[in-house]
Design a protein around this ligand. Sequence first.
Ligand SMILES: Cc1cc2nc3c(=O)[nH]c(=O)nc-3n(C[C@H](O)[C@H](O)[C@H](O)COP(=O)(O)OP(=O)(O)OC[C@H]3O[C@@H](n4cnc5c(N)ncnc54)[C@H](O)[C@@H]3O)c2cc1C
Length: 417
Amino acid sequence: MRYSGLRVFTQGLTGNTGWAPVWRDPQPKDEYDIVLIGGGGHGLSTAYYLAKNHGLTNIAVLEKGYLGGGNVGRNTTIVRANYFLPGNSEFYSHSLKLWEGLEADLNFNVMHSQRGLINLFHSDGQRDAFARRGNAMVNQGDDAILLDREGVRKHLPYLDFEQTRFPIFGGLLHPRGGTARHDAVAWGYARGADARGVDLLQNCEVTGIRIEGGRVRGVSTTRGEIRAKKVGMVVAGRSGQVAALAGMRLPIESHILQAFVTEGLKPVIDHVVSFGMGHFYISQSDKGGLVFGGDLDFYSSYAARGNLPMVEHVMEAGMTLMPMIGKARVLRSWGGIMDMSPDGSPIIDRTPVEGLFLNCGWNYGGFKAVPGSGWAFAHLIATGEPHETAARYRLDRFRDGVGIMDEEGTGAQHNLH
Ligand SMILES: Cc1cc2nc3c(=O)[nH]c(=O)nc-3n(C[C@H](O)[C@H](O)[C@H](O)COP(=O)(O)OP(=O)(O)OC[C@H]3O[C@@H](n4cnc5c(N)ncnc54)[C@H](O)[C@@H]3O)c2cc1C
């Protein structure tokens, strides 16, 4: 079913009785050409691009819960292409271009809003680092504008420019940065993949990966055994656990990241604002809620909820920056399980097992990567060769140290900065 304004109008006149389910609920088949473990943003976009770009449709996405119930539906929805290092820069640039055509491509409203992202800086040193980053963005073909203090004031007059704890020196504006509705992205890709014949199997947890003669043969699941010629592991925060089913130990730690939403307010924050001295970022959803977050809870965990010290830290950072938000009431908060890699950059690669592929290490930034990652992972699975935008996302860089992409410059302790 094609969605359009006219269809919404006519359905409104006829009691909304004509809508079809957005995807099927099929029974698992005994065998698929390709099985993708994980029905998050990356698993669903991979399935979509395998079908659309490579004409492969004998595919199943296996999701242990419900589609979009993981990090893809739990993030703070920021979409940007402001990376610095070669390798990351072209990947995220490509992903943002895919975002810009995504709604037309999927015929689905993912509410992508390019409202502009402003990263604040608070010292001369930070200004120089952001100037270099802005130059790298422009060289990549993306957009960046360095703002001084008065330039920031014009865009964000509600910031506290008088406080001296974190003095605002200026900001880096990325006009094409913004937000999208997170779970709609999962639904849009799910709908597109299903329409091309991909089986989306919910409540289907993978409990084993069958390997014979160094080659993957299939998976064991809570809905039975499924044979497969190729298997992709795309399970974000659960990557360590699922890779262990194949006898692999990954250079990934799972950490909690929390998010917060206030009651709905009239429009007050037009941009995405990121506070560069502590760790705080905020935007306002179309429904009016202020959506914000901060840093990781500093311990490894598989619990999708966080703890009070980080709540306090995030609230303090927000209040320092924009005291007006103290009047808003926080309605809800939650946590997601982040797949943290040692250098802060992801992995899209083959594994030592023939036919078994790995996509993980998205740290706190994998939502914006959903289109680019699916595109590149589909290319790798279909052709056996890395896509040019993701060629540096090799697994073995953590074995030999060659090709490490330490985007944040935090060294080998990326998770503890
Ligand atoms: C609070 C928070 C804020 C964030 N903010 C941003 C942001 O502003 N911008 C940004 O770019 N990124 C952000 N991120 C990061 C981003 O959400 C993630 O990097 C990204 O969603 C991870 O990829 P995914 O969507 O495929 O993961 P998920 O949605 O977690 O998908 C993985 C799926 O695998 C399933 N699974 C796990 N084990 C199994 C198994 N054994 N069998 C079958 N299925 C299994 C899970 O149930 C899950 O549905 C944020 C994350 C959080 C938690």
